[in-house]
Design a protein around this ligand. Sequence first.
Ligand SMILES: [Cu+2]
Length: 80
Amino acid sequence: MSLVTTTFHIDGMTCQGCVASVTRALKAISGVAEVAVSLDDKCAAVRYDDAQTAQIALAAAVEDAGFDVTMLETSKGFSL
Ligand SMILES: [Cu+2]
């Protein structure tokens, strides 16, 4: 399986509760392997299997949780 990492810029996170909401929303998506959310940097790095999901679905999940999302960059190169 080949994993892709995408970094999202997320606006609207104000506390660790928001971080937890974003993390939960992303981890609920099948194909997501790893999520790292930073409140200070207002971003989330997501490692996922691009055969199972896509960055647009990840962004939509975060938007549904009530935050504004901008996709920053995607890089291939991780494999398990
Ligand atoms: Cu909050």
